[in-house]
Design a protein around this ligand. Sequence first.
Ligand SMILES: *Cc1c(COP(=O)(O)O)cnc(C)c1O
Length: 383
Amino acid sequence: MVLPYGRQTIEDDDIAAVVEALKGDFLTTGPTVDAFEAAFAQAVGAAHAVACANGTAALHLAMLALRLQPGERVVAPAITFLATANCARYVGAEVVFADVDPDSGLMTPATLQDALARADGPVRAVLPVHLRGDACDLPALEALAREAGAVLVEDAPHALGTTATFGNVAETIGDVRHSAMATFSFHPVKTIATGEGGMVVTNDPALAARLKTLRSHGMVRPEGSDPWWYEMPEPGFNYRLPDILCALGLSQLGKLDRFVARRRALAAAYLQALQPLAPLVRPAVSPAWSDPALHLMTVLIDFEAAGRCRREVVDALRARGVGSQVHYIPVHRQPYYRERYGPLDLPGAEAWYARCLSLPLYPGMADADVDLVVRSLAEALGV
Ligand SMILES: *Cc1c(COP(=O)(O)O)cnc(C)c1O
């Protein structure tokens, strides 16, 4: 058995909730969709939540809802999952890659400013990613985006349950005070799981209505129309999240506090256990304002000083039953983007990528697993 870097926690009542939904009248668009959306909005403190097929569909819907046009620009960090950048291309917009802080992996006001200065067209949206679960500096990013005529869309799949304190205001990621929308994913490695699943949250009722229309073919039913009647002002997609999966999501959401508490306890144990491995191994740095519900336990390793390459360390960990993963390969280096935009020099992203490795972190881990992982890492590095 190898400890994976992340995995879902599915319990008997989650299974019972899915079975219940399967016995109901609606497998797809039923009452559990509304119930999951309402509970999710409440959990993150947003006015509206719109469930959809997955986190990538959530990003696509957000770009469509903003009516992005071909040639307009979207700023995305270089260190993220592919989908953060790809959603701009789905609507014909161009991606401007922002560098990241080499020790937190996050887009910062300075790296956003640099990206905005490089943009050679109108920037409409900036997509901060709360990498690993740590909150970006949202007030500062919002101010810079607004000055450039753009809005923030937070790509927040890592940060469900994260809180942050800016000035003396406590905020929850997903309350969308600084952004037009925030997106989430319920992929099995994320904080709550529905298999495939995603959510867009917003405080803007017009955006919420538009997201709902676009998620289901662009169909609208005007008030007072005949029962069979529908109209399509513009084509949308089938990005619905079925009732069955919303039942699972609702059940999982009820466990969010417990999952987050367990992630925080495991992360604290990691920080303690990793101390003797400094300075060869250092945990990724959390900004002072962030109280993360960590999605990833990412460490930064000085492979050169250790005299081991990352592949050797990954293989040695695996041989000891410890899975690991790299989050992420800089997106601007992908063949598609390199070909489209040419080579880019983003030293923060390179420095992050050269050192990062994510260790196992999920609620089902035992305390002893943390010790096993850290001991195995020490052995893998020969210290
Ligand atoms: C998981 C993830 C996505 C994509 O979500 P899916 O549900 O897998 O489509 C997008 N952005 C980030 C930062 C993610 O972690």
